[in-house]
Design a protein around this ligand. Structure first.
Ligand SMILES: Nc1ncnc2c1ncn2[C@@H]1O[C@H](COP(=O)(O)OP(=O)(O)O)[C@@H](O)[C@H]1O
Ligand SMILES: [Mg+2]
Length: 368
């Protein structure tokens, strides 16, 4: 496991360095003995810093913190290919699952054993309650969730599968309203890594995001971003500035092409890698294309026959980030992302596979 060492100065810890320790080493670690008066920490402090030499190893409270949207997915399967208006059209199956990119990521990361602190804004209604129950089941920390008692309701997405295509109808609800005032920055900074999804749905938060990213970066967190689609197809909303701040960018192929104007995933990734250290373009059943400043490679996946691909990209992010936080190579991170994404497609929506412990355990066969 990789640990970050912080110098703890009042309420604002500052990042010093990152080390790899096994569990035994970590448990027997005595910060004052190992990094104390004559150790690395005081050496750094003595080298020109002014604060008192009371540095200590701070175990971050969470592996990942996320601020983002939560909604439920109502999924209808088997509707007729033609959907005329004013007729009663029959579906052959229906599921209600925890949806939305941020909540799916929080849920699936926690299912993979990652500790997650999640801030979101919900309506005081049955859908919001159910979403919280699903996240609680997996142990996501929800202590800073904001529930509004009047006004806007929790968002919902209705997915209509008909023939080989689907309609996706979203009522954004509270997700459009979450703003910087809903965020406890100390809480978000108490993770090793921060992730933001669905940039273009965070209308009220958008103007503050560059500042928020800068603050979290200064507190030593690594940052990742998955914009998801821009319903207005403009790709603005501060994206350019945010790309200059993140460590990992996780678009899908279509998004990467639209952002850059490139004609394929590979050239889009190359263009994005001029701004971001690690670019991972998700390419559906082809797998994922990883690009760094000087290297790129396609990490193929085993094609599966999906029930649906809702949340596949978010499940990919969960697998990729969980491996990244274990200190794995980018190839291993992408391969694990492919496996978690493929698993997600085998059940309805983006979270149902991750509610089945035996399916989650199957991801780690040969690894633990
Ligand atoms: N038919 C499939 N078989 C296996 N894996 C798939 C399939 N479709 C998607 N995936 C996995 O899901 C990931 C994300 O899917 P993609 O459609 O590219 O992104 P998004 O869900 O964000 O639109 C892919 O990188 C791949 O790992
Ligand atoms: Mg996506």
């Amino acid at each position: 496991m990789i640990y970050d060492v912080y110098y703890n100065r009042k309420d604002s810890p500052s990042f010093l360095f990152r080390i790899r320790l096994d569990t035994k080493q970590y448990e027997s670690l005595d910060p004052s003995r190992h990094f104390g008066s004559i150790g690395l920490l005081s050496a750094r402090i003595e080298a020109g810093r002014t604060h008192s030499p009371k540095g200590r190893l701070m175990k971050k409270r969470f592996d990942v913190t996320i601020a983002g949207e939560t909604n439920l997915d109502l999924i209808l399967y088997g509707l007729p290919e033609e959907m005329p208006v004013e007729r009663e059209l029959l579906a052959n199956d229906f599921r209600m699952t925890l949806g939305s990119s941020s909540a799916i990521l929080a849920h699936n990361l926690a299912a993979l054993g990652v500790s997650v602190g999640f801030i979101t804004r919900l309506g005081s209604d049955a859908l919001g309650k159910l979403a919280l129950e699903r996240l609680t089941e997996k142990g996501v920390d929800l202590s800073r969730v904001k529930t509004v008692t009047r006004g806007t309701a929790t968002g919902v997405t209705i997915l209509l599968h008909h023939g080989a295509t689907r309609h996706i109808l979203t009522y954004p609800g509270t997700m459009f309203e979450m703003s910087a005032s809903d965020l406890d920055m100390d809480y978000l900074a108490s993770g090793r890594h921060f992730h933001l999804s669905s940039l273009f749905l965070h209308k009220a938060l958008q103007p503050d995001l560059p500042r928020i990213f800068r603050e979290l970066k200064a507190a030593g967190l690594t940052l990742s971003l998955d914009t998801n689609d821009d319903p207005e197809d403009r790709w603005e909303g501060g994206l350019d500035e945010l790309l200059g701040l993140v460590d990992i960018f996780l678009p899908n192929e279509d998004e990467a092409r639209r952002i850059t104007g490139a004609s394929d995933a590979e050239s889009a990734a190359a263009a994005l890698a001029k701004r971001v250290p690690v670019v991972v373009v998700k390419c559906g059943k082809r797998g994922a294309f990883v690009q760094t400043e000087d290297r790129h490679w396609l990490v193929p996946t085993e094609p599966v026959i999906p029930v649906d691909t809702i949340g596949a990209g978010d499940s990919f992010n969960a697998g990729f980030l969980s491996a990244y936080l274990r200190g794995e190579s980018l190839e291993v991170c992408a391969a694990f992302g492919n496996r978690t994404a493929a698993l997600s497609t085998l059940r309805s929506g983006g979270t149902e596979s991750f509610r089945d412990p035996s399916l989650v355990e199957s991801l780690f066969v040969g690894e633990r």
